[in-house]
Design a protein around this ligand. Structure first.
Ligand code: HEC
Ligand code: HEC
Ligand code: HEC
Ligand code: HEC
Length: 479
């Protein structure tokens, strides 16, 4: 009898344990939102007012609102709106003839997006001027957009002027830009992103939850342009999302953002291609890490665990942002500093090289005997080189999202000819991200180096000072 009881009890324990394991596994596999308490109020579809969502999700709302007042800076980024033009006046010349030469401030937190777009001196609010700012400029700034796009359609939205759209827009970025009310799942809200994926044969609704933790940021943190007279918001991804593929797209489309004064170069302005840069084979992306892992780490409030919606530089809270995966937080933050310094220095060297190219092209363009074909070639190089520089410069991580300094494993994959540890080590040590090396090589043909140039001109542009050298555009003598 006693044996039976023991057996039954043991059986019960096993069954209960199995059920418990089952429940835990089940819960582990549920999206986070289903683990939270039942909604208190029902939220209307595409509700633009984030404070209405706050009733159900106070932790997410409270942390989100911190992006309004956070103003702490880091060495190269951070949350104040410092002026890039004051910090680096070369950019005034690089963007001459374009509104970015008047006003170019660093990004702030999401809750400030609307205030900041309305305050920028880049706006042209004179609707009688054909160059007036279109409504399209509101696309990434407000939680009113998903509702407006549904109501008007994006074509009609983009055909309006900024001025005309202003009365419709009341809220900065909010919950409705990233979440579907009710299910709270992450969604693509920007029609331009949906369409860009479709043209690539991709359907975002099939993406995994981890993929969406990156893709949701691509609603806004991407390269884009305004297509045609309707200023239709378009992502230039038909050839792919790498910088060369984007340049090829613009080339085929015959698109320019503006013509550079005196050189008449058809220029391109890069926006903020965090998504394209990060996903172009970076170590973290290849390892399955998402934007939200670093920028929206889980935090605890008593018993509840939630994603911090106080999105800002991860260098302000590296323990939460990096510490979940890296045990030695100090070391990885040190690596960020090294990578960013190299990129920032290279950025300046590239700017100097482009400024010299601009100078040379100006002189050539003013010369009645110039070889027009060569001049056009030089313009093309100027266009491409500056876009490549800008792609890294306007990307907000100062190179960190994809340093191009590959880890040993990745390097073996990418450079099949160089499998030895030494060769890999050399790639690892390479002080310059690939894009910069390429950029400088592309600028070089524009400039003909004089025989008395310092020795560094022959090889390593990066460590030398190209400003010291006299540069002239190659020029065919008239026969
Ligand atoms: C592995 C961690 C990591 C991942 C993943 C990551 N970032 Fe970052 N991000 C950083 C770091 C570090 C910086 C540099 C911050 C600084 O300079 O203060 C940064 C900077 C930024 C900035 C500028 C912040 C500022 O202070 O101005 C933006 C915007 C940004 N990231 C967006 C993204 C987006 C969008 C993605 C995904 C496409 C992404 N990040 C993926 C770590 C990450
Ligand atoms: C910029 C995009 C973005 C915005 C804006 C945003 N969220 Fe989120 N939210 C996320 C991401 C990314 C996650 C992580 C989702 C996951 O892991 O599946 C998340 C997760 C959540 C979750 C699931 C639980 C958790 O904390 O992980 C809730 C609830 C939530 N957000 C509520 C809100 C509310 C309320 C607002 C508005 C105040 C808001 N979110 C605004 C991107 C956003
Ligand atoms: C609806 C458009 C939109 C979405 C979606 C979006 N962002 Fe942003 N983000 C912006 C804009 C606009 C700014 C700049 C706001 C300003 O300067 O006032 C910004 C700024 C930032 C900054 C800089 C904050 C600071 O303090 O300097 C970071 C970091 C960032 N976003 C990361 C992300 C990440 C990560 C995601 C995805 C989880 C994301 N964003 C989704 C539009 C968006
Ligand atoms: C979700 C996990 C995760 C998070 C969060 C994360 N990392 Fe990583 N990190 C990885 C993985 C995985 C690798 C690749 C390791 C490898 O391949 O050896 C990596 C590699 C690195 C490397 C080496 C890459 C190289 O240049 O060789 C650095 C530096 C780094 N991380 C910095 C950071 C910083 C800084 C943060 C926080 C802002 C961060 N990581 C957040 C997972 C993460």
């Amino acid at each position: 009898m006693k044996n039976y009881t023991t057996l039954i009890l043991a059986g019960l324990v096993i069954v209960l344990a199995a059920v418990l394991v089952g429940v835990l596994v089940y819960m582990q596999n549920q999206p986070v939102e289903q683990r939270t308490v039942q909604p208190l109020v029902e939220i209307a579809e595409m509700e633009p007012d984030s404070s209405k969502w706050a009733v159900n999700f106070p932790n997410q709302y409270d942390t989100f609102m911190k992006t309004k007042t956070n103003n702490v800076d880091t060495t190269y980024g951070g949350s104040s709106a410092f002026s890039w033009l004051e910090r680096d006046p070369r950019q005034v010349i690089l963007f001459a003839g374009y509104p970015f030469s008047k006003d170019y401030n660093d990004d702030r937190g999401h809750a400030n997006a609307l205030e900041d777009v309305r305050a920028t001196k880049r706006l042209n609010l004179d609707d009688s001027d054909p160059k007036h700012t279109p409504a399209t400029c509101y696309s990434c700034k407000s939680s009113d957009n998903p509702g407006l796009w549904a109501e008007l359609g994006m074509e009609a939205y983009d055909a309006m002027s900024f001025n005309e759209m202003t009365p419709n827009i009341e809220n900065s970025i909010g919950c409705a830009n990233c979440h579907e009310a009710g299910t709270m799942r992450l969604i693509v809200t920007n029609p331009a992103l949906k369409e860009a994926f479709e043209r690539q044969g991709k359907d975002w609704t099939t993406f995994s939850r981890q993929e969406m933790r990156t893709v949701v940021c691509a609603n806004c943190h991407v390269e884009y342009y305004f297509k045609g007279d309707g200023k239709y918001l378009t992502f230039p991804w038909d050839n792919g999302t790498k910088v060369e593929e984007i340049i090829a797209y613009y080339e085929e489309a015959g698109f320019k953002d503006w013509a550079y004064p005196e050189t008449d170069t058809p220029m391109l302005k890069a926006q903020h291609p965090e998504f394209e840069f990060f996903t172009a084979g970076s170590t973290h992306y290849e390892a399955g890490v998402a934007c939200a892992d670093c920028h929206m780490p889980y935090v605890r409030d008593g018993a509840s665990k939630y994603s911090s919606h106080d999105v800002h530089s991860p260098l302000l809270n590296p323990e939460a942002s990096c510490g979940q995966c890296h045990t030695d937080t100090k070391y990885v933050v040190g690596r960020v500093a090294t990578i960013q310094k190299q990129v920032a220095d290279t950025k300046i060297a590239a700017e100097d090289a482009i400024l010299d190219a601009i100078h040379a092209i100006k002189l050539a363009a003013a010369d009645p005997n110039v070889d027009v074909e060569l001049l056009d070639q030089a313009r093309k190089l100027h266009r491409e080189a500056q876009f490549m520089w800008d792609f890294i410069s306007a990307e907000n991580s100062t190179g960190f999202h994809n340093p191009g300094v590959c880890a040993r494993r990745a390097c073996q994959v990418r450079e099949p000819g160089t499998r030895s540890p030494d060769a890999c080590g050399a790639v690892h040590q390479r002080p310059v991200p690939a894009d910069y090396g390429y950029l400088l090589r592309r600028v070089q043909p524009v400039t003909e180096i004089q025989p008395n140039s310092p020795p560094h001109m022959a090889g390593n542009f990066i460590s030398g000072n190209i400003r010291g050298a006299r540069v002239v555009l190659p020029r065919k003598e008239k026969t």
